[in-house]
Write a protein that binds this ligand. Structure first.
Ligand code: S3P
Length: 425
């Protein structure tokens, strides 16, 4: 499906509830599958990626049933069973990397595959540490398909060269099945949903600065309530900040500090964002945001803040085109390994709109503020976050733009269009 985007005549107004967090949804379904009994997941994501995790858990012998109000009941004996077929992860790197960690320590063999984009993403980053734990994984030169031969694993102390929550989670999940203690250390803190949920479900886990340790544990089934996805909220935040006369309220936005880098940066840029009603659900901080149109200034985005806003860099690039001065984004090399090479993708497409933006090896430099022009067609690179970022850029163009293959948004945010409809009405 191609999508036309037209500059709104008025500002965005109204209130929406942000849909469930994708990262937490993956973990809720995978971890519940490892607990003996019935877990209830309230507010499970309707996006394609978490569905890939759910389907795989079902193929591993877990029962899943949706009941009233989008509650997902997961019933498991706590022991997974050998799958009949290959396990398809679709477009989801989180599914592949987390599930690989679980499967490495089972008593059966399995094969993980994915779509074209996922088949090109680096898997050596999990194969290396899992192999050190005693896992046997055959890959296609460090890429999927992954043939996983279940083995008895032993704990390791591993210092990861990259900050990646997917790698960290993969190793910690393998650690739940390994003999002895597994300790994972990362250079900067990546999102910690795994640590919070494992602890909520009774795992033997401890945290010491940038290191986290687990030992063999049985998880307890729980009621898990999933807060809204700040990475989805980011597009509405951007739209309200950039479209004159906007003022919106976003309800139930996950505010885990390992995910709120975008709010810290926007505050420095001069954004008018107020946090309301902050509270904790299922070990995760959540709250509401009031966002108003703001005049923004440029900012440096680098170092330890990068993992906490890694998925928001494409939309931050769009925002930076409207900020006064030079915005520099550094230390974000791993963006080239996402669903697309997100550095190249966003720089190429924003240039087509007339933005003053340059690619660097590990980020980009953006000069603002520039008027974006429209009247052209743009590409999504089969990447949901590029599609949604370009939609926001389109709201700023005097002439209509057309985004090709916009349906990639379904990977993380099938309700995107409908929600924008409410705020632009
Ligand atoms: C995710 C972690 C991040 C992020 C991805 C989801 C997760 O990837 O980009 O969208 O759920 O753990 P890395 O951990 O590989 O940086």
């Amino acid at each position: 499906m191609n999508k036309k985007v037209i500059k709104p005549e008025k500002g965005l107004k109204g209130k929406i509830t942000i849909p469930p967090d994708k990262s937490i949804s993956h973990r809720a379904v995978i971890f519940s599958s490892l607990a003996n009994g019935t877990s209830v997941i309230k507010n499970f994501s309707a996006a394609q990626d978490p569905k890939s995790s759910l389907e795989i858990c079902k193929s591993l012998g877990v029962k899943a049933e949706f009941k009233n109000n989008n509650e997902l009941y997961i019933t498991s004996s706590g022991k997974l069973t050998s799958p009949i077929d290959t396990l398809y992860c679709g477009n989801s790197g989180t599914t592949m990397r987390l599930v690989a960690g679980v499967l490495a320590g089972q008593s059966f063999n399995s094969v993980l595959t994915g779509d074209e984009s996922l088949s090109n993403r680096p898997m050596q980053r999990i194969i290396t540490p899992l192999s050190l734990m005693g896992a046997k994984i055959i890959s296609n030169n460090g890429r999927s398909p992954l043939e996983i031969y279940g083995r008895n694993l032993h704990g390791i102390t591993y210092s990861s060269p990259i900050s990646s929550a997917q790698v960290k989670s993969s190793i910690l999940l393998a650690g739940l099945f390994a003999e002895g203690k597994t300790t994972f250390t990362e250079p900067y803190l990546s999102r910690n949903h795994t640590e919070l949920m494992l602890s909520y479900m009774g795992a033997d886990i401890s945290i010491n600065g940038l290191s986290v340790s687990v030992s063999q544990s049985e998880l307890i089934p729980k009621i898990i309530e999933i807060s809204g996805d700040i990475s989805s909220a980011a597009y509405f935040i951007a739209a309200a900040l950039l479209v004159p006369n906007s003022e919106i309220i976003l309800k139930n936005v996950g505010l885990n500090p390992t995910r709120t880098g975008i709010l810290d940066i926007l505050e420095k840029m001069g954004a008018d964002i107020e946090i309301l009603n902050k509270h904790t659900v299922s070990n995760e901080v959540t709250g509401d945001l009031r966002v108003k149109y703001s005049e923004l200034k440029a900012c440096k985005i680098e170092g330890d803040i990068i993992p906490s806003l890694i998925d928001e860099i494409p939309i931050l690039a769009v925002i930076a085109t409207q900020a006064e001065g030079q915005t520099v984004i550094k230390d974000a090399q791993d963006l080239r390994n996402k669903e697309s090479d997100r550095i190249k993708a966003i720089v190429t497409e924003l240039k087509k709109l007339g933005a003053a933006i340059e690619e660097t090896t590990d980020g980009m430099i953006i000069h603002g503020k520039t008027d974006l022009k429209g009247g052209i067609e743009l590409e999504t690179y089969q990447d949901h976050r590029i599609a949604m970022s370009l939609y926001i850029a389109g709201l700023l163009c005097p002439k209509e733009i057309l985004i090709r293959n916009f349906d990639w948004v379904n990977i993380s945010f099938p309700e995107f269009d409908e929600f924008f409809g409410h705020l632009l009405a």
